[in-house]
Structures are given as C-alpha cells and as structure tokens.
Design a protein around this ligand. Structure first.
Ligand code: ATP
Ligand code: MG
Length: 736
C-alpha cells in the first residue's frame, strides 16, 4: 500500500514540476534548435558564396546552324573575303612586275586584318575555342626541358611558366597545364610558377612559355609563319595569288592549330651595334636572332649569364627589355642566279632599288672549306686581260692572289678590269666592297654596266656608313654566294675590296665584345678569320663538279710597308701577291706593278704554253733593267751596251703600260711582249709604242689570219710557230 502512495506522490510531483517547468524546457530546446539552424544557415550562406569560386565556368558552344543571325553574319564575312580576293587577283595580274612588291604587301595586310576581324566574331570565335583542348594536348605532348632551362633551374630552382591566350581560358585547361608542367619539373626536383595572361594580339589559340621556350599554337603565329613564307615568293601571277589565298582560307575556314616552337630572350644592353641579351640560353654561335622591331642580329659571344650579338641594320629602334626571338638557323644569305646583276647588302638584301629579290635557296655565311681530297690542283688560267699580270704573275682558277699597295695606286682598277675581262668566259664575278664610299660603289656599278659586265656580277656592299657588323659579315656573305656557283660546277672570281678595312671592323667588334686584344690591338684570331675566309676559295676536283672560286683579296698598306701585321698575315695565307708601288704609279707606270716583289706561286702551271714560251725571259730582263737603271741613275757616262740594255728595258716597261678598261686577249699580250723582248721594237720611240702596239694587233688579225688563229688556241708554241711569228714580225716592222 505504501509503495502505491509513494508512486502516486512521485507522479503528482513530476506532474506539478512538468506543469511549471514545461515552458522553460521548451524554451531551452527551441533556443538550441534555433542556434543550430542559424549556424546551419550561416554555413550554407558561406558555402553558397564560395561556390562560384570552385564551380567551373559553364561554357556553352553556340550551335551556329540554329541562329539565323549568326548565319547572316558568316555570309557577310565570306562575301567580304570574296571581295578582297577579287581585288587582289585583278590588281596582281594587271600591275607591272616591278610594282608587284607593294601590291603584295598591301594585299597581305588586307587579308591579315580580315582574318583578325573574323576571328573576333562568332561563329569563328566558337570554332576556335572548341579546339583549345586539342591545342593544349598537342602542346603538352611536346614540352620538355632544354639545357638552358636546367641551367636556370640550378641557379633559381624555379621555372616560370606563362600561359597566354586571346580570351579567358577554361578552368580545365589551366588545371591541366599546371599539372603537366609541375610533373615535368618534378622529374628534376624543380618548381614551377604558373602565370595566366590574356593578349588579344594573339587573335586566337594558346601560347605556353616554359623558361625561354615558347610553344605557340596561335593564329598570330600562323600568320607570322605565312608572311615569312610569302616574302620568299613573288605574287606575280594569278596562280601564285590563288595559292596564297588558299593558305589564308585554310587559316580562316579550318584552323588546324600547329604548334611552333621557338625561344625568346630579352635585350639587356645595347651599345655601338652590340647587343647583350638575357635568355635564349640554348642559342648557337653564329645564329640569327630577330628583334621585335624587325631588325636581325648574329650571335657572336656566348657567356654563362649573357649572350652578345651584333646588330645588322639600324639599332636605334631596339629598346632595352624588348623581346628577341631565336630564328633557329645559322646566319645565311640568299644565293642563286637571280643575284647576278644586283647590288645587295651584307645580308643579301637588295639595295639597288630594283625591287624585291626572290630566292628559294640560302647558304650559311660560315661554311667549311673544301677538304684536300675535294680539291684539284690549279690548272686553268684566269685571264685578267692585263699584260703585266697575265705574263708575269699569272693567276689560275682556284688561286688566291693578293693585290697589295698604298692608297690610290690602282688596286681597285685591277680588280674591275679583271671582272670586265670575264665577259663571255662563263665566269661569275662577285665584288665585295668593305667600308667604301657609297659613291664609289655606284661608280663601279655604272662602269661594270657600261662594259656589259654587270649581268654576270653581284656587288655585295657594306659601305663605310654601315655598322662594323655588316662590314665584318660582307666577305663571308660574298663567299657563300660564290660557293653556290662553285658547287654547281661553275667558275667564280671574287674580289674582297679590301681586307684591311675588314680587319679594322673585326677589331672594333672584338673590342666592343670585351675580347682581349693582341698585336696592334687586333684580336688574337684575326689570322684565323682571314685564313678561314680565303681557304674557301678552291678548285674542286671533277668528281665534285670541277667548279672554282678564284679570290683577289685587296690589302692597303701604309707607306709601302708590307711587313705590317695584317699584310704579312694575308701574304702568308694567299698563293702570291701583286705589289703596287706609289712611286711607279706617279712615274706614270700604270698599272704600277712592282715586278720584283710580285709573285704568283701556283699560277705558272695554269699559263698557256704560248704565253709561257713567249714571256719566258721577261721577268729576268725586267729585273736586270731595274737594277741597271738604279745603278746608272747618277752616272752620266754610259757605254753603248749599257745604253742599249737600258733602252730595251725602258721599252719593255712601256709595253707593260695599259689603260683601264682595255683588257687584251692572251695571244695579243704574248705577241707584244715577245716582239718587244726579241728587239723588234728597238727602233721605235717610247712615245710611239702605243701606236706600234695597236698596229701590231691589226696587222696580225688582218694579214696573218691563219697564224693568228694558231696563236689564239695558245696550245702550241714550238720553234716552227715561233719562227713563223718572227717572220711576220719582221714584215710588220718593215712597214712601220
Ligand atoms: P684606294 O686606296 O682609294 O682604294 P686604289 O688603290 O683602289 O685606291 P684606284 O681607285 O683603283 O686605286 O685608282 C686610283 C686612280 O688611279 C683612279 O683615278 C684611277 O682612274 C687611276 N688608275 C688606276 N689604274 C689606272 C691605269 N691603268 N691607267 C690610268 N689610270 C689608272
Ligand atoms: Mg680601291
């Protein structure tokens, strides 16, 4: 019973307590629930506000078939392109060839602008964006670390990666690139730092830069490549114009991204035509680099932390910090037959105002000389048409004969005469002018043109107003052009006018590149510079086509000092020298060749039999005369025999005089010198020698035609022929 009461009491107590505390308990529970709810709400709010950051941007391609508006737009754009096409074709076929160049540029520019505009609008924009993922895959399939990157990593441990596009990129793409570059660098324990950029100049597509290397799959790059290709070929016919349009069409209609790879650097410092750069660490010695302003340069110095290059053309437009692009090939010049008749600068750009030069082939300016096995001995003569040279210091094809003398002694005159004499002899000529006045070059061109020699000649001009870099490169460019002909089996005559100025230009460059200077402040490798240039002149064996390069380098001396540094260098490299003397020149002996100091070490083998026979004793006779003349200069009392010897010597010297632009044939030279040295001209006054000479040629061609024919072949010179010549000469002398 008691338990019942206890239970009832307890329940009553609980009931009373519940009655009174219910409100408070409910209040407590509700408060807690509310707190949780507000916290949940807050969390949801935070989550919601964070969502756009994490969420992928939704990209919905616009199906252009569905949109009438877009279709309309596309049709309009295509109509516009068609309009441009018809403009280009009509213009191209109508306008004169010489004006094609400017039309080409215009035409190209119009098309380029059109592509740019098209890609900025739908539906092309969408088409392009659809391909972005594929581009990324293509690029990521190609990426690798270069030795330059490894070097950079060793020093900095981090490599900068930049992803640039014309429009904002999808998150997937960025994530993919980030992961791939991180993975790549993880293999060498390096880190990356990814930067995302937008650049409307790219028009469309993607560009990934890792360290110095750029993987470029943009429309802008595609256009750049097309422009390069187009500039090599003329748009002279409808067909070529159509081809260009096809290529443009390929870009606009079905842009298939190709990945172009190149390296970039940065201009650090620029002074006196020398540019120091940062980056492009994998560059090669002698490689071409391209500046943002369009100028080009050649790498000449590679140091651990910087690259030095020379700038061709004007360097005023190059800015510090601007980009430099590796072209990926060693400096080279255009070569081929179309260069004949043209005046070009040191890198092969035409400077004669006769229009664009379209050439497909190029050759590196520095190239290995033919090996010993590829060469054949000098065996064929290269006639200069100058009596004193062909008779006394004969030059053979493939020889290097130096022309050396003080200023204004007729060095250039000899070279130009030699070029003029190659007319109709199937020899190509290249005249390299280094550090000369522009007016001199213009005059030389005019002279050559007047004598019909320009059609087989190219002038490579690095004028005095140009930079040291162009003067340094010019002879190498000229040789590259000559090599093209030599390796295609032809004969070439190349003239370097002059190598003293070339040495000075190289000294300037070397000093600017902080290289240690040696004797007379010339760099230590100046000998090597000239020897590797002149070694490229050779006579190839028949197996290699039998072509040849004959070089006539010119050196200017000071006060006849041939033992100075550069003259001795070049004398030791060449196969002989023609020494011109100021005194002789002023005495009126022109060309002023000093017979005693001039030699040709290999040319004798190439002399024709006739010339060899007829001019055999000439050298000794002249030497004797010079000695005798010096000896008797002060004496007044001269005996009869000495007087006679002096007389015939003077006559011989007179016979060697020759005016400019009057080259003589081999047989004419041999005949005259034979006549004089055999004493047939003894009765002729010195002043009459000129007349005697002219009459002699006329007499032989007119009255001894058969004998002259024999002489012209130059192959036979036996006693029978010589006595026939003597007889004819006797006949001629009787008439004079
Ligand atoms: P530079 O040192 O200035 O280059 P150079 O040694 O090349 O001079 P050239 O320019 O060839 O000399 O000739 C100098 C002058 O001599 C010219 O006016 C030229 O016409 C004249 N001359 C050269 N050779 C002859 C010649 N055989 N007969 C007549 N005049 C000549
Ligand atoms: Mg000269």
């Amino acid at each position: 019973m008691e338990i019942q009461y206890v239970l009832i009491n307890f329940l009553l107590l609980v009931g009373i307590l519940f009655l009174f505390a219910r409100k408070t308990i409910i209040k407590i529970f509700r408060g807690r629930r509310e707190r949780i709810n507000t916290q949940l709400d807050e969390a949801e709010l935070i989550e919601n506000s964070a969502a756009p950051v994490l969420e992928e941007p939704v990209f919905e391609p616009i199906p252009f078939e569905e949109s009438a508006e877009l279709l309309q737009e596309k049709a309009e754009a295509e109509a516009k392109i068609e309009q441009i096409r018809s403009f280009g074709l009509r213009e191209c076929s109508e306008i004169h060839r010489g004006m094609i160049e400017s039309v080409r540029k215009q035409y190209y520019q119009v098309l380029k602008d059109e592509v740019r505009e098209l890609f900025s609008k739908e539906p092309y924009l969408t088409l392009l964006r659809d391909k972005e993922m594929q581009m990324v895959d293509d690029i990521l399939g190609m990426i690798k670390l270069t030795p330059g990157d490894m070097n950079y990593l060793r020093m900095h441990n981090v490599l900068y990666v930049t992803l640039t596009s014309a429009h904002p990129l999808e998150y997937d793409i960025i994530k993919k690139v980030d992961q791939a570059t991180k993975d790549l660098l993880a293999t060498v324990n390096g880190k990356t730092s990814l930067w995302i950029r937008e650049d409307p100049e790219l028009i469309g597509g993607l560009r990934l830069r890792i360290g110095d290397t750029v993987y470029d799959a943009t429309v802008a790059e595609e256009l750049y490549q097309l422009e390069k290709r187009v500039s090599r070929e003329p748009i002279t016919t409808d067909e070529t114009a159509r081809e260009l349009l096809r290529e443009f069409g390929d870009i606009t209609n079905s842009f298939e991204p190709k990945v172009h790879t190149y390296q970039l650097g940065r201009v650090m410092q620029l002074s006196d035509g020398i540019c120091w750069m940062d980056g492009i660490a994998d560059t090669m010695y002698g490689e071409v680099v391209e500046f943002e302003c369009g100028e080009s340069g050649m790498v000449l110095d590679i140091q651990p932390d910087r690259i030095g290059c020379v700038v061709f053309g004007s360097y005023e437009n190059i800015e510090s910090g601007s980009r430099v692009r590796r072209v990926g090939r060693i400096a080279s010049v255009p070569v081929g037959d179309s260069l004949l008749g043209r005046v070009v600068d040191a890198i092969g750009k035409p400077i004669d105002g006769e229009g664009h030069l379209y050439v497909r082939e190029k050759r590196p300016i520095e190239c290995h000389a033919p090996s010993i096995l590829d060469r054949a001995p000098v065996s064929e003569p290269l006639h200069t048409g100058i009596k004193a040279i062909d008779a006394l210091v004969p030059i053979g094809k493939g020889q290097r004969e130096l022309i050396i003398g003080d200023r204004q002694t007729g060095k250039t005159a000899i070279a130009i005469d030699a070029i003029i004499n190659q007319k109709g002899k199937n020899t190509v000529c290249i005249y390299v002018a280094i550090g000369q006045k522009e007016s001199t070059i213009a005059e030389i061109k005019e002279r050559l043109q007047k004598h019909g020699a320009m059609e087989y000649t190219t002038i490579v001009a690095a004028t005095a107003s140009g930079s040291a870099a162009t003067q340094y490169v010019a002879p190498f460019s000229g040789t590259a052009m000559a090599e093209y002909f030599m390796y295609s089996g032809r004969d070439v005559l190349i003239i370097y006018d002059d190598l003293s100025k070339h040495a000075v230009a190289y000294r300037e460059l070397s000093l600017l590149l902080h290289r240690p200077s040696g004797r007379e402040a010339y760099p230590g490798d100046i000998f090597y510079l000239h020897s590797r240039l002149l070694e490229r002149s050779a006579h190839l064996s028949d197996e290699f086509g039998g072509g040849s390069i004959t070089a006539l380098p010119i050196i200017e001396t000071l006060a006849g000092d041939i033992s100075a540094y550069i003259p001795t260098n070049v004398i030791s490299i060449t196969d002989g020298q023609i020494f011109l003397e100021s005194d002789l020149f002023h005495e009126g002996q022109r060309p002023a060749i000093n017979v005693g100091l001039s030699v040709s070490r290999v040319g004798g083998a190439a002399q024709t039999k006739l010339m060899k026979q007829m001019a055999a004793s000439l050298r000794t006779k002249l030497a004797q005369y010079r000695e005798l003349a010096d000896f008797t200069q002060l004496g007044s009392d001269i005996d009869e025999t000495t007087k006679k010897a002096l007389d015939s010597g003077a006559r011989l010297m007179e016979a060697l005089k020759q005016n400019r632009y009057q080259p003589l044939e081999d047989w004419q030279q041999a005949l005259l010198l034979f006549a004089v040295s055999e004493g047939f001209a003894d009765g002729i006054a010195l002043a009459q020698m000129d007349e005697f000479e002219k009459g002699l040629y006329a007499f032989f061609t007119g009255e001894c035609a058969q004998l002259t024919e024999q002489l012209k072949t130059g192959k036979k010179a036996d006693s029978e022929l010589l006595s026939a010549v003597r007889e004819a000469l006797g006949e001629y002398v009787k008439r004079v």
